[in-house]
Design a protein around this ligand. Structure first.
Ligand code: GDP
Ligand code: MG
Length: 197
């Protein structure tokens, strides 16, 4: 389809990782974001699954390359208690500068809530995370979570806090951005081959 061909032109590619304990709804969030529907067969993720989607953020086309991960843990309030470990791993293995959004998923199951909105908000604030309560079942705040995260990354690129040309930044220029950068105003175009991931 011509729309598909057109949509392959993007300004940036951002790599996202969905991490958290097993059973928290990571695969369902990814599925809801990509397919706009609830994945009701609860197949456990084997290894890593992958999805990608191009979104428009403030006029820029951003391709999100999203990696879903699998873990063995059981779920309950423990999933919240485990956040500190997940954060340490993410910042150590990826980068100190990564942008993180905390999703309190299964917002629709309010009667079974074990963590208050306030408590999770405070945790997010203390750890410099964005925070949204989501539901992969109803779709509430799912798109918003990915878009808000992408918007923050774009802002950090624009302010110079994040450098897409740095190896391991998880960000690459797309064709559209490369064309702009190749204008005579800029001496050097970034090397699109730089990241081997
Ligand atoms: P993962 O292990 O983190 O990938 O979790 P899954 O995406 O496989 O979801 C685990 C279970 O939670 C499945 O039975 C899903 O149907 C269910 N689930 C996921 N997200 C939601 C949600 O937002 N609301 C409700 N009610 N159930 C959900
Ligand atoms: Mg999964």
């Amino acid at each position: 389809m011509s729309q598909t061909a057109m949509s392959e032109t993007y300004d940036f590619l951002f790599k996202f990782l969905v991490i958290g304990n097993a059973g928290t709804g990571k695969s369902c969030l990814l599925h809801q974001f990509i397919e706009k529907k609830f994945k009701d067969d609860s197949n456990h993720t084997i290894g890593v699954e992958f999805g990608s989607k191009i979104i428009n953020v403030g006029g820029k086309y951003v391709k999100l390359q999203i990696w879903d991960t699998a873990g063995q843990e059981r779920f309950s309030r423990e999933t919240y208690n485990a956040l500190t470990n997940w954060l340490t791993d993410a910042r150590m293995l990826a980068s100190q500068n990564i942008v993180i959004i905390l999703c309190g998923n299964k917002k629709d199951l309010d009667a079974d809530r074990e963590v208050t909105f306030l408590e999770a908000s405070r945790f997010a604030q203390e750890n410099e995370l964005m925070f949204l309560e989501t539901s992969a079942l109803t779709g509430e705040n799912v798109e918003e979570a990915f878009v808000q995260c992408a918007r923050k990354i774009l802002n950090k690129i624009e302010s110079g806090e994040l450098d897409p040309e740095r190896m391991g930044s998880g960000i690459q220029y797309g064709d559209a951005a490369l064309r702009q950068l190749r204008s005579p105003r800029r001496a050097q175009a970034p090397n699109a081959q730089e990241c081997g991931c």
